[in-house]
Design a binder for this molecule. Structure first.
Ligand code: 0X9
Ligand code: ZN
Length: 300
C-alpha cells in the first residue's frame, strides 16, 4: 500500500514483481534475463493473458541515479496487473517489463554514491563503469560518448561490452518479431524522445509517424495533472548521443516504435525528485502508456 510512497531498493522491487507473478500464476511470470557484473539477477515481468499477441517492451533503471524510472515502471506493472481497468491493455498486448536494467549501479546509488550513473564493471585503468546507454551496438562510439573509462558517458571498450546490455539486447532480439513498441524510462527533463538520438539532423523515414504516436502519449500525460512534456529527438531537444537502447531497438532490432522518456522533473529537484511525486508520476506516465498502446493497436 505505501510501496509507492518511497523509493525502493533492488530486492524490494524484485520481490514486488515476483509477488505479482505468484498472485497471478496463469497470466504473469517473473524470470531472470541473466546476471549483472556483480551477479544480481535482472528480472523481467511478463504479462500474457493467452493467445498470440503483439508485444510491448518497457525498461527502467538504465541509469543508476534516475530513481523515478524504476519506481514508475514498477507502478505501471502494478497497474497493468492489478487494476481491472487495464484489462483492454492486456487483452491487446503481451507486456515485457524490466524494472531495473543497471541493477549494480542502482544499489550503489543507495549505498555509496547517490549520483552514480554507469554500470559497476572495472576498467583496466582502475575506473568503474560504462554508460549502458552508450553501449548498444548501433552507431556505437559516435557522437556524445567518450572513450575515457573515467567519463560518465564512457561507451565501453566495444559495443555490448557490458553483461547488462548483453542480457537486455539478447532478450529484445529473441522477442523482436512480436514487439511493436519499445519504451525506455529515464530522468529527468519531461521529454518524449523520438529516434534518432545518435546524430543531429538525421531522421528515420517514418519520423512523422513516430512523432504522431508520441504526441498521443504526451497529450494523455499532460491531461492527467498538467505536467508539460516536449516531443522531439535528443539532438534537437538535448544533445546527440550514440549507443542508446532506443536507437538500437529501432535501428538494429527493427522495433517500429521506440521511445526514450525523460520523466519528471525539469531540474528543480532533478535526480533527487521527492518520493511524494512517485504516485503522480506513475499515474500520468501510465495514462500516457495506455493511450499509446490503445492508439498503436488501432493502427496495427
Ligand atoms: O543521455 C542519455 O542517455 C539520455 N539522457 S539522461 O539524462 N537520462 O542520461 C538521453 C538518451 C536519448 N537517446 C539517445 N541519445 N539515443
Ligand atoms: Zn538516463
Amino acid at each position: 500500500p505505501d510501496f509507492f510512497n518511497r523509493y525502493q531498493r533492488y530486492n524490494a522491487i524484485m520481490n514486488f514483481a515476483s509477488q505479482l507473478a505468484r498472485e497471478n500464476p496463469s497470466t504473469v511470470s517473473f524470470q531472470s534475463i541473466g546476471r549483472s557484473y556483480e551477479g544480481k539477477d535482472m528480472g523481467i515481468l511478463k504479462i500474457a493473458t493467452g493467445g498470440s499477441k503483439p508485444g510491448i517492451f518497457i525498461d527502467g533503471g538504465m541509469h543508476a541515479r534516475e530513481w523515478i524510472s524504476p519506481a514508475t515502471v514498477t507502478y505501471i506493472m502494478n497497474k497493468l496487473v492489478n487494476d481491472p481497468k487495464s484489462k483492454p491493455l492486456t487483452d491487446m498486448f503481451d507486456w515485457y517489463i524490466v524494472p531495473i536494467v543497471n541493477v549494480d549501479g542502482y544499489e550503489y546509488t543507495h549505498t555509496n554514491d547517490r549520483y552514480w550513473r554507469k554500470t559497476r564493471s572495472r576498467s583496466s585503468n582502475g575506473c568503474y563503469g560504462v554508460d549502458p546507454n552508450r553501449n548498444f551496438g548501433f552507431h556505437w562510439a559516435e557522437s556524445g560518448s567518450s572513450n575515457k573509462p573515467c567519463s560518465d558517458i564512457y561507451h565501453g571498450p566495444k559495443a555490448f561490452s557490458e553483461v547488462e546490455t548483453q542480457n537486455l539486447g539478447r532478450t529484445i532480439l529473441y522477442l523482436k518479431d512480436k514487439l511493436k513498441l519499445y519504451l525506455t524510462f529515464h530522468a529527468y527533463s519531461q521529454m518524449w524522445l523520438v529516434p534518432w538520438g545518435f546524430a543531429k539532423s538525421q531522421k528515420p523515414q517514418d519520423y512523422n509517424e513516430l512523432v504522431r504516436l508520441a504526441t498521443v502519449g504526451k497529450n494523455a500525460l499532460e491531461r492527467t495533472y498538467g505536467t508539460r512534456y516536449s516531443v522531439g529527438t535528443a539532438p534537437d531537444l538535448l544533445y546527440p548521443a550514440a549507443g542508446g537502447s532506443d536507437d538500437w531497438a529501432k535501428g538494429a532490432a527493427g522495433i517500429p516504435y521506440s521511445y526514450c522518456l525523460e520523466l519528471r522533473d525539469k531540474g528543480r529537484y532533478g535526480f533527487a525528485l521527492p518520493a511524494n511525486q512517485i504516485k503522480a508520476t506513475g499515474e500520468e506516465t501510465f495514462n500516457a502508456v495506455a493511450a499509446v498502446a490503445q492508439e498503436l493497436y488501432r493502427t496495427l
